[in-house]
Design a protein around this ligand. Structure first.
Ligand code: HEC
Length: 414
């Protein structure tokens, strides 16, 4: 059909516009029907207490989200800086969510417990008094304004409609006792809201002003709970499964000498145990504090029958590919190999994290200060190193170290 026919025929145009909009609408709406399957249940996630909820309202009122996100993405740079990536369940009681899209300041998703209450009070009242180079605005009125608690019950009832389990009836209260324990169940009971708000404030004195409940009190209570509901630190022992090796489905030659393969996976196993060190004893039985780790070398593609196993498992730097391809007319590299790790609760088998690395070792072999010369030298060294075990070992050591860092970050060890 010619475009002109559509543009000159209003009826047809309207019909086609409707078709396009319906498709777009369906794409946005259909996933919402499956939202309950998407958000996994995670232990520890609970509704905010009335005081924290009030703090959250102030966070939204002051527009903190305009400069701060609350969503740690599952990338290395993110978890090294902020800690374990955000789980969907962690924001399931946030209405509206505070993921944010702007980071003028740092992400706050795992802020809780990072600083003392005093630090927060001082920082919010006058950021530059603690971080001289800060560009965050002062919020001095938070210490002056008394907290308005008159509408807290109404706020909780409204959130209840969206599915937050604040209790109204005795049955709901009992269900909360079951799920969260009595202390929390009392705090999230709508009829006790004002009472529990004041109790939490006077027990903790977040604003450092005894006898006064300011807006600061609520905001600091909220900031201190961010990212602390799920306990990632309970896993301090490791159950390490045998390392498995997978060929890529369409690999032409699947034969790698099994004794060599075993030497390789054994070395890797030992490297991981070494990197875990005394901090994470390796055990052989599951338990509530035991993290099960499964590691696989995947997508191995040996392209020549005589290829050494060390060559087959090392992933390759693209820069080296180009340089070598230019020199010898073909690229000697084969690999799309990845190392994949999966972290599971050893009792429930719930997946807690996953880790894939496809570009391992790349940065260790170039001396970029020497410009392209450095790359060429790197590429030559690469080929030499790479037909030996040395390179495979260096790569595994580096991966094991990265894995340990990842584990520390997940558990909040700084
Ligand atoms: C104009 C942007 C901006 C706004 C608005 C803003 N902040 Fe910040 N915030 C920053 C910057 C930049 C930093 C980093 C420097 C510093 O620590 O002060 C920061 C740092 C922080 C930190 C320390 C985080 C860490 O991990 O070190 C906290 C907590 C914080 N802000 C809370 C808030 C709260 C609560 C609000 C709303 C009342 C708010 N911010 C509003 C820009 C902003």
């Amino acid at each position: 059909m010619r475009h002109e026919n559509i543009e000159t025929n209003a009826g047809l145009m309207i019909l086609l516009v409707l078709v396009v909009i319906s498709i777009g609408g369906l794409v946005e709406i259909v996933p919402l029907f499956y939202i309950n399957d998407t958000i996994e249940k995670v232990d520890g996630v609970r509704p905010y207490t009335p005081l924290e909820l009030r703090g959250r309202d102030i966070y939204v009122r002051e527009g903190c989200y305009l400069c701060h996100s609350q969503q740690i993405r599952p990338f290395r740079d993110e978890w090294l800086r902020y800690g374990h990536y955000s789980l969907a369940a962690e924001s399931k009681y946030d209405h509206p969510f505070q993921w944010g899209s702007k980071r003028t300041g740092p992400d706050l998703a795992r802020l809780g417990g990072k600083y003392s209450n005093e630090w927060h009070v001082q920082h919010l009242a006058a950021p530059r008094s603690v971080v001289p180079e800060s560009i965050m605005p002062n919020y001095p009125w938070l210490l002056e304004n008394e907290l308005d608690t008159s509408d807290i019950e109404g706020r909780m009832r409204a959130l209840r409609i969206t599915g937050v389990p604040y209790s109204v009836t005795e049955t709901e209260y009992q269900a909360n006792v079951e799920t969260y324990g009595k202390e929390i169940a009392d705090m999230i009971d709508v009829s006790l809201a004002s009472q529990s708000l004041l109790a939490q404030a006077s027990a903790n004195d977040f604003d450092g002003l005894p006898g006064k409940v300011t807006e600061m009190e609520a905001l600091v209570a909220y900031l201190q709970v961010l990212g602390t509901m799920v306990d990632f630190s309970k896993y301090d022992k490791i159950l390490l499964d045998r390392i498995t090796v997978w060929y890529k489905g369409d690999a032409k030659y699947k034969g790698i000498d099994p004794t060599k393969l075993k030497a390789l996976t054994d070395y890797f196993h030992d490297a991981i145990v070494k990197a875990l060190g005394d901090a994470y004893p390796v055990v052989d039985t599951p338990g509530p504090d035991v993290l099960r780790v499964r590691i696989a070398l995947t997508d191995i593609v040996p392209t020549k029958p005589e290829i050494t196993v060390a060559m087959a498992v090392i992933p390759y730097a693209t820069a080296a590919d180009v340089v070598m391809g230019g020199k010898s007319g073909h690229s000697p590299y084969l690999g799309e190999t990845a190392m994949e790790g999966e972290l599971l609760d050893s009792v429930t088998h719930k997946q807690l994290g996953a880790y894939v690395d496809r570009k391992l070792g790349k940065k260790y072999h170039y001396d970029l200060s020497k410009g392209t010369k450095g790359i060429e030298a790197g590429a030559e060294g690469y080929v030499d190193a790479y037909s030996t075990w040395g390179y495979a070992k260096a790569a595994f050591d580096a991966w094991a170290k990265g894995f340990r860092e990842r584990l520390d970050a997940m558990r909040g060890v700084k």
